[in-house]
Design a protein around this ligand. Structure first.
Ligand SMILES: C[S@@+](CC[C@H](N)C(=O)[O-])C[C@H]1O[C@@H](n2cnc3c(N)ncnc32)[C@H](O)[C@@H]1O
Length: 230
C-alpha cells in the first residue's frame, strides 16, 4: 500500500467496508435526529460527505439534500448510491474549492461529520465561517466526531468492534481491521487536528454560539456540537 499524501487521497481508497460505513451513517442519522430534529421542509448540506451514506436515511425525510465532497472517487460512489433518490445532488469540490462554491443562505442544516480533524485549525475556521454564510436564517451547523486530545486508535477500535457485534457479528470486524492495518502507515504520516471543547469554542467564538450534544457517531470519546451564527 503506498501511503496517501493527504487525507482526501487516504479516504479515496475503495477497500472500505461499505456495509458497515453505511450502517454507521444510518445510526448517525437516527441519533442526530433525536437531538437536532430534521424537518420535512429542511434543505440539508452534508459537507465532506464521503460516499454519501447519509443520503439513504435522510433523503425523503427532508426537502433537499446536497452532498459536497472533494474526492472524485467518493463522489462517484455517492452518485451511484443516490442515483434513484429524489431531491439529492452531489457536488464535486475541486482540489482547492470549499464551501464558497455553494449557494449563500440556502441550507437549514449543514452537517460536517468526521471531517474537521483532517483540516488544519486555520482551514477549519475558514470552512466553518464560509459554511455559516451558507445557512438560511435560523439555520444550524452540526459538527461531529471531533477528535479530543490524547485519544488513540485502539480504544476507538473498541467502539467499532462493539458496533460490528451489534450489527453484523464480531467476525465481520476482520474486514475493517484489515483495512485499518493496511492504512496504518499512511495514517501515521498524516496530521490529525484535535480539539478539546474550550479550544473549539475559542476557534469559532467570533462567528457562532456553541451547543454541545452527544456525539451521534459510534466513537464515544469524540465530541459533537451545534453551531448557530451570532
Ligand atoms: C471519515 S470521511 C467522512 C465522510 C462522511 N462525512 C461520513 O460521515 O461518512 C472524511 C471525509 O473528509 C474529506 N476531507 C478530508 N480532507 C478534506 C479537506 N481538506 N477538505 C474537504 N474535505 C476533506 C474526505 O474526502 C472524506 O470524505
Amino acid at each position: 500500500v503506498s501511503p496517501a499524501v493527504d487525507w482526501v487521497e487516504y479516504w479515496s481508497d475503495t477497500g472500505y467496508d461499505a456495509a458497515f460505513w453505511r450502517r454507521s451513517l444510518q445510526d448517525y442519522a437516527e441519533r442526530l435526529h433525536e437531538q437536532v430534529p430534521f424537518a420535512e421542509t429542511d434543505c440539508v448540506l452534508d459537507y465532506g460527505a464521503g460516499p454519501g451514506f447519509l443520503a439513504p436515511p435522510l433523503a425523503g425525510r427532508v426537502a433537499e439534500l446536497c452532498l459536497a465532497e472533494r474526492s472524485a472517487v467518493l463522489c462517484d460512489h455517492a452518485r451511484e448510491l443516490t442515483a434513484g433518490l429524489e431531491h439529492v445532488t452531489v457536488v464535486r469540490l475541486a482540489e482547492h474549492e470549499g464551501p464558497e462554491v455553494l449557494p449563500h443562505r440556502a441550507f437549514d442544516v449543514v452537517v460536517v461529520n468526521s471531517v474537521l480533524q483532517y483540516l488544519t485549525r486555520e482551514e477549519a475556521r475558514e470552512v466553518l465561517a464560509r459554511l455559516g454564510e451558507r445557512l438560511a436564517p435560523d439555520g444550524r451547523l452540526v459538527v461531529s466526531d471531533l477528535v479530543p486530545p490524547g485519544s488513540s486508535l485502539l480504544p476507538e477500535l473498541r467502539d467499532v468492534v462493539g458496533a460490528y457485534r451489534r450489527w453484523f457479528g464480531v467476525w465481520a470486524f476482520l474486514k475493517h481491521l484489515a483495512w485499518e492495518l493496511g492504512k496504518l502507515p499512511a495514517r501515521r504520516k498524516l496530521p490529525l487536528t484535535r480539539y478539546d471543547r474550550a479550544g473549539f469554542e475559542a476557534l469559532v467564538q467570533d462567528g457562532f454560539s456553541v451547543q454541545w450534544i452527544d456525539n451521534p457517531t459510534i466513537c464515544r470519546s469524540r465530541q459533537a456540537c451545534v453551531l448557530r451564527p451570532r
